[in-house]
Design a protein around this ligand. Structure first.
Ligand SMILES: Nc1ncnc2c1ncn2[C@@H]1O[C@H](COP(=O)(O)OP(=O)(O)O)[C@@H](O)[C@H]1O
Ligand SMILES: [Mg+2]
Length: 302
């Protein structure tokens, strides 16, 4: 009996340890580890068991963060849709109440409704674009394009805003740039999202510098430099996240939802390129992104 006891005791202990851990797992606790005791086979079993719980823990954490960010996204979207809707509603009600007698106030209310509607429309378009990019709905079908055309298109569409703030544009684009393989409409969006921000954060009468240069035989880089407020270091990585605004109160007033750079990043990645920013608070910002150079068989971005 004594011999039997000494032979089965370690086995029992090992089984007990694993059983205990299984109970923990069934309750959602993956952190524990089974001690590697007992006979050799059981030590191996314990090691395998620990590896399995490690993996389970990892996937569980991933699921949790994915779910959390999905919920955050839904919350942000609802909030950003509700704000202009509520505003439109209250102005329409005010107009219906006929409390407004003078034409000037009437026009002002109408103008606000128009602005809010435009903002809502912009937001819905941005969300649609982002979900399309997310779902892989935008197929990468590049065509040969010239960087200077891209710049002209981008600047033309923002001419009104540039003029409004009396901004100067300085361009530095070499004559001998090779053509790039891009989806023009998409890249125009990247450029105009970045330029739009540069305009928004530039002081009146300021200068925005645009520079194009060939980085390697694969990429051309575009840089957009402004002399605005700049971005705090800890925000630099996060501004490409959806709905992230470095200063929510300030940007909320000027209407951004924090999606522009997230869209830009998705599009640049679809082209197999990269995008980034260098900035210091109070010293302006320099945004850059790469464009793939056109070769006979353009490289797919995915
Ligand atoms: N040129 C810039 N200068 C200073 N801050 C900027 C600039 N560009 C972007 N940002 C910061 O990055 C945030 C995210 O930009 P973006 O994704 O375009 O969203 P939005 O313009 O809708 O706020 C902005 O809210 C702002 O805080
Ligand atoms: Mg923006």
């Amino acid at each position: 009996m004594l011999i039997h006891y000494f032979m089965t005791r370690p086995l029992e202990k090992a089984i007990h340890a694993i059983t205990q851990e299984t109970t923990q797992i069934s309750e959602g606790h993956f952190e524990g580890k089974v001690p590697q005791i007992g006979p050799f086979e059981f030590q191996r079993l314990a090691a395998q068991f620990n590896r399995m719980t490690g993996k389970l823990n990892e996937s569980f954490q991933k699921l949790k963060t994915a779910e959390a960010s999905r919920m955050e996204l839904v919350a942000n979207v609802s909030h950003d849709l509700r704000t202009p809707m509520a505003s439109i509603q209250s102005f329409v009600e005010a107009l219906q109440d006929e409390v407004i007698q003078d034409k000037i106030t009437f026009e002002r209310y109408l103008q606000t409704i128009r602005l809010e509607t435009a903002r809502l429309d912009g937001l819905i378009q941005e969300l649609f674009k982002l979900s399309q990019l997310d779902a892989g709905g935008t197929e990468f079908s590049p065509e040969l394009y010239h960087v200077d055309h891209l710049l002209i298109d981008g600047l033309q569409s923002l001419a009104f805003h540039l003029e409004e703030k009396k901004l100067h544009i300085e361009t530095d684009v070499p004559d001998q740039l090779p053509p790039v393989a891009i989806m023009p409409q998409e890249m125009k969006r990247v450029l105009s999202n970045i330029l739009h921000n540069a305009i928004r954060y530039s002081p009146i009468g300021g200068t925005i510098e645009i520079k194009a240069e060939q980085l390697s035989d694969q990429y051309v880089q575009l840089q957009i430099k402004d002399h605005g407020d700049g971005i705090e270091e800890h925000d630099c990585n996060r501004i490409f996240d959806r709905f992230y605004r470095a200063d929510p109160s300030r940007t909320r007033a000027s209407g951004g939802a924090g999606l522009g750079l997230a869209i830009a990043k998705s599009i640049v990645q679809l082209h197999g390129g990269s995008i980034g920013v260098e900035s210091r608070s109070g010293h302006g910002s320099r945004f850059w992104f790469t464009l793939p150079i056109y070769t006979e068989q353009p490289k797919s971005g995915i």
